[in-house]
Design a protein around this ligand. Sequence first.
Ligand code: ADP
Length: 665
Amino acid sequence: MSASPPFPDETKLAFDRQILAALESINDGFIVLDTCWCYTYLNRAAETMLQKNREDLLGKNIWEINPEAVGTTFWEKYHEAADAQTIVEFEDFYPPFGKWFHVRVYPSEAGLAVYFQIITEHKQLQQHLHFLFHASKALSSSLDYKMTLQTIANLAVPHIADWCTIDMLAEDGSIEQLVVAHPDPQRVAWAREVRKKYPLDRNANRGIPHVLRTGTSEIAPVISDDMLVATAVDSEQLRLLRNIGFTSGMTIPFVIEGKATGTVTFALAGGGRHYTQADLAMAEELAARASLAIHNARLYRAVQQSRDQLDIILQGVANGIIVYDKDSHIIYANEAAARMTGSASVQAMLETPPTGIAERYELIDEQRQPFSHSRLTHARVLAGERDAQTIIGYKNTATGQPERWSLVKSSPVFGERGEVTMVVTIVHDITERILAEQRKDEFISMTSHELKTPVTSLKGFTNVLQRRLAKQGDEQGLHYLNRIDAQLNKLTKLISDLLDISRIQTGKLAFQIEAFDLDTLIHETVENVQAATTTHPLLIKGRTGAQVLGDKDRLGQVFINLLTNAVKYSPLANKVLVRLSRDQGQAIVSVQDFGVGIDQAHHQKIFERFYQVTDPNEATYPGLGIGLYISREIVERHHGSLEVESRKGEGATFSVALPLLQLSP
Ligand code: ADP
């Protein structure tokens, strides 16, 4: 019995048929070549990919059918597999088909079995991603967009394009060729020459000018000779265009704020490659990223320019300008600020630690009391105040520099979430003003002292004379003396007010502190003022029922002042109301009149020294503008407050609030 074959013939045939059917149904190409490089089999997918029918190929030599493949990677790799009898695997672009192939070659004694796939899309995607990745990195790495665009063009050639040009629309509407990229620098120089010789026609209905006008991309997957003929302006240009041999191209606009401001053009010249919609999508993605980068770079430049301009202005300003960040670090200072703070330069000032500058000086406030760092205006704004202002005196004890004074104002700069991101401080040197004020204060203080003695003796002698004339029964003489006495009283009051001012200035206003009944003081004071007032009844309402601790005479002086003002500034009214009440641990005394009132704009100022509301259309009232200044000082030294509520033409209410000592029995 002969040995039976491993498979019965029937079974083998069936098996072969099965394999064949499987090979026919797969999507990958499969060909078999014999040892003479002739096709012995190719499947349906291979027919499609090679764009040939199997009848035309079977029995034919592969290199005769595709002579252009001789010498290519395909040729080399097939020979390598056949010669070395090893499996060879590779990827390559095959220009005649314009496609990328992934190929595996299996050698056998009978020839080669070749198994291949078209991977053009996959390859393209890989290249696109690679390019986009590097281009994006370049775009985000610099604000010099011209250089960045050059980098991108260089990245594009040769994988994405043989040529890459970038054109920008200049302000005058001309089109400037910013970048030309090609692997050969000579070709780049030549392309620039050609552009010079044949500038773009701004009204052309295709190409870069058209893309700039419409803001939409253009793609020419295949550039035909007809297209070159249509583009060329003369035979010379046509010759040049044919010479380059453009085969495919696309132009994409850079759109910034809805306007095309430039274009990027990619072109292929030969090599069987053609741009597809996928290439265009990638290029549009790149152009969108580049547009953003160009926009940012331009914005940055604009900001930089306006900052430079602003800096020139600020550097020339006589006031010191300092900008602090939220941690109190100085991030900007002008020259005046550096000078005022004794810094060698602006740079030196910027390098000084937060409290370094204040520490150089002994700081004092207007009352010549030590000025703590927490009261500095930028610190107050950082702590939440909206606008802070103060007068600071400063002396550099180390250098012996004479005392200087500044009016310092700080305001916040808010971030997007309403948080304080910076503080702007303006320092105005007011040394001259303060010195002049000091001289004026000294003069006032000196004159009032000098006046005090003669007025006191005048008053004394007047009183002696009054008594004498009364004895003699000289009614007329007495009448004149009383008038003199009244004027002397006014003069005495003025002098004592002026002396009070100097005392306040020098911190020497003294108080005799005792506990007393506030209501009693008010009743006595009102009675005294009423005795000298015939025009207005002074009416008291309510009671505080409070004992307070303080200087009875000084507080009496405050109420006299408020009552006489109320009478003085309401000539047409017929009463003044004094209300006594208590509110949250405080005794409140308010004096209301129905007179000329005070406009809101003056509400704080009337408490300043020598401030008087003047209105050219209104009657003038005698006075020096010092009563309220002294009154507020006295009340505040009693830990109380003195405020005004008023509107022009509607009378005024001045309220004194004093802390309660205890309630009266
Ligand atoms: P003087 O009354 O001597 O001018 P004051 O310091 O007492 O000084 O007052 C300052 C200014 O405030 C006054 O000049 C006046 O313009 C205004 N003023 C004070 N009290 C009243 C009031 N009751 N009604 C209207 N204006 C007033």
